[in-house]
Design a protein around this ligand. Structure first.
Ligand SMILES: NCc1[nH]cc(CCC(=O)O)c1CC(=O)O
Length: 318
């Protein structure tokens, strides 16, 4: 008799959509699965994420895993704190969705077409800092709430545009509302944006192996490992908003053979003040097996270049 695997998820439309896709993948692989919804304090609170803290969406799910209410937890990877959790293992990182941020603007407008003074909604310090650094004279309006709530602020005319992760809109079947996918040169996404983290208990070795062999994508794992290593190293040294994007690329080795490398770009605000619009950018390439070190090295370079403490709003996960 095969065991029914209980998959824990948050109850938001996005979380249910992405957990449903993972459940389908597992069913196709012959597993018997059941979805269990866990309500998190982040779902109940309307306070800014910078106040309620990173991890607010994910700790209840990890607790449900540890106390055996569920066997697997599906998280938006970028919402996970960089610190690991004792007793829990990252069993799989499935192939990533398009990691870019997306603009949803009135009248089909792109960022460059929005007039000065246009009101653009985002709750993320990372997005607002990069947006202000573009020098377009846009007014950044802090917003929170689920994706549907944010989109409705454009449709009802309260805002001219909002910026959201493209991946969330794709998974909710609302990609047709995107008016521009933002180029990473203008707007680097949050570390691990567009990726999922599939966790299980450390001692559940059979489930861990099944999850890894069914769902894990080694290139996505390497890319998010580099991005998150950069974030973790910066967290220790600065409180500026951080963006990162790694891509696995094929390159020619010294002997002419094809080798896989990771190319990582990072951005952080300079440590001037809360109104700072100076963004510090750096990039580097390393062998795919060196993801962790690449991330740490790029963080050290950003700190050397002046990435630092921001006295304004704190870092948020988005
Ligand atoms: N912070 C909330 C959150 N967590 C994951 C996503 C989108 C999906 C993803 O990045 O995987 C979002 C919404 C957003 O940033 O627009």
């Amino acid at each position: 008799m095969t065991r029914t695997i209980r998959i824990g998820t948050r109850g938001s439309a996005l979380a249910l959509a992405q957990t449903g896709m993972i459940a389908d993948d597992l069913r196709r692989a012959g597993q018997d699965v059941e979805i269990v919804t866990i309500t998190t304090p982040g779902d109940r609170s309307q306070a800014p994420v910078s106040e309620i803290g990173v991890g607010v969406f994910t700790s209840a799910l990890r607790e449900a895993l540890l106390n055996k209410q569920v066997d697997v937890a599906v998280h938006s990877y970028k919402d996970l704190p960089t610190a690991g959790e004792r007793g829990i293992v990252l069993a799989a990182v499935p192939p990533r969705e398009d990691p870019r941020d997306a603009l949803v603007a009135r009248d089909g407008l792109t960022l460059g077409e929005l007039p000065p003074g246009a009101r653009v909604g985002t709750g993320a310090a990372r997005r607002s800092a990069q947006l202000r650094a573009l020098g377009l004279g846009l007014e950044v309006v802090p917003i929170r709430g689920n994706i549907d709530t944010r989109l409705s602020k454009v449709h009802d005319g309260e805002l001219d545009a909002v910026i959201l992760a493209r991946a969330g809109l794709v998974r909710l079947g609302r990609a047709d509302e995107i008016t521009e996918a933002l180029d990473p040169i203008q707007m680097l996404p949050a570390p691990a944006q567009g990726a999922l983290a599939i966790e299980c208990r450390v001692d559940d070795v059979d489930i861990e192996h099944m999850l890894r062999s069914t769902l894990d994508d080694s290139s996505t794992r390497a890319a998010v490992t580099a991005e998150r290593a950069m974030l973790a190293a910066l967290e220790a040294g600065c409180s500026a908003p951080v963006g990162a994007l790694a891509e696995v690329v094929e390159d020619l080795g010294a002997d002419g053979s094809v080798v896989e490398r990771i190319s990582l770009r990072g951005v952080a605000a300079a440590g001037l003040d809360g109104e700072s619009v100076e963004m510090i950018r750096a990039s580097a390439v390393a062998d795919k097996s060196e993801a962790e070190r690449l991330g740490r090295d790029l963080a050290a370079e950003l700190l050397d270049l002046g990435a630092g403490a921001l006295s304004g709003p704190g870092r948020t996960v988005s």
